[in-house]
Design a protein around this ligand. Sequence first.
Ligand code: FES
Length: 124
Amino acid sequence: MRSRTENKADWIAVGSLHDIPMLGSRIVRLPQMDIAIFRAEGDKLFAVEDRCPHKQGPLSQGIVHGAQVTCPLHNWVIELATGEAVAPDVGCVKTYDIRLSGSDLYIRIAVEGTGSKKAESVVA
Ligand code: FES
């Protein structure tokens, strides 16, 4: 039997692909953080924490180009696949696995116990 405080990774449903505009994003609000889900060119999907590694700007409000997003506050460019800032800037934002089943989106996050699987999503 698993302890309530044991951490594990789990897939959680976060909505439909059709709710995310092309070259746009959706915010998934979790109790512990907000995650931005990006729909880039070619329907490539990425999930990253919605906090720029520079000064915590909302990456979900940035401009998506290729597989990158430009932060709306000070224009750092972040690689969506790795979360790494593009040089000369240095920093990294956390990324998450994402998968598509039909049109349903799932992200893989660490959850504690059984009570934190609730997610609310908002189109950015
Ligand atoms: S907060 Fe993102 S570039 Fe400064």
